[in-house]
Design a protein around this ligand. Sequence first.
Ligand code: GLU
Length: 427
Amino acid sequence: MAKVEHEEPALEWDTPLYRQALTQLDHALELAAVPDFVSNRLRSPERALILTLPVKLDDGSYVTFPAYRVQHSSVLGPTKGGIRYDMAVDLGECAALAMWMTWKCALLRLPYGGAKGGVRCNARELSMNELARITRRFTAELAPFIGPQLDIPAPDMATNEQTMAWMMDTYSMQKGYAVPEIVTGKPISIGGSVFRHEATGAGVVMVIERACRRLDWELGEKRCAVQGFGNVGGIAATELHAKGARVVAVSDISGGVYAGDGLDIPALHSYVAANGSLEGYEEGVERITNEVLLELDCDILVLAAREDQVTGANAGSLRCKLVVEGANGPTSNEGDRILGERGIRVLPDILTNAGGVTVSYFEWVQDLGRLFWDRDEIRRRLADKMSDAFDRVWNVSDERGISLRDAALVAAIHEVSGALEARGVYP
Ligand code: GLU
């Protein structure tokens, strides 16, 4: 049979962020040496869902919110990934983040593929009742496409345990019985796991500790700056502070605070709990902008806010020695290239922030087995998974002389490729 010349179409998710994920993938594919059919399959998500959600606001008016769910690869198991509520949510963002979830799950050897979804909305401007209605409508529309063996949502930007409780309840009401294993990151009272809330931030610090060991650094002597003070950055800052590191700066969307001798992290948390953000905190600190935080003179810079923070425009001005990606995709490809040339190592997102999805996996396993583990058990299992992945990435990076990101991607691609080759293409 004659070979059909086929040009890959640029589909609707083809946005700058998706291009960033694809460029990383293409670069890693050159190093990974996998069959062509595997490379082609992994360059596109398997399924992408576009929804419009009609929702009644508290003032009686109706608004239609765009919403998405993208499932990148189901070859290793059900797809897994968060749901975010953010004004930047679009198909391309979800597709890029879904692809990164595939690599993250594969690297950690979890039996999952990647997914991501979200609603384009400004969660800060919506009441609890409005958020509940958005979440319940979204879940009802998603119901045919998600499931404990199909696709399992979790929290992401501006969503939390409460959001997951609404999702679990909506799905369960449709089934007629409680289905805790439909989402992870739920409240403990309905089948959530202890230590899930802290898992991403704690995992970030586990990776930092292992990197310090390899670099011959004493964490207690290091100056850290943390961009983002939410579920990832806030907890990472607490763990770093508890381990004796000097956290000299933190920030959130309202801006940042700096203290050369180290910040009082517990005091900052109490302030945010009472006031909603860091805005207005002046006690013994200098106010700084997010831009200034990134360029501070420090040892460890934790990026735990959002995508595209270190770019071609500022990577040349960073003064840290180690960049730690707590967020997904915080370094653009150009930023990454410049950091590489400057000899600044980057602990890549798919390794560094994988603690969240790893404890999500433990939560799902516990829900399916209806048997629950204690905090020490989960912390120990998480530490084992994170250090195993860290060692594989660091060793490959050293042995092959490639960046930690490339080493992580190559390791992840090999996991997925092995499964794809064994399964073949249906029919
Ligand atoms: N949203 C988190 C992430 O980006 C967690 C996903 C999950 O637990 O499924 O990794």
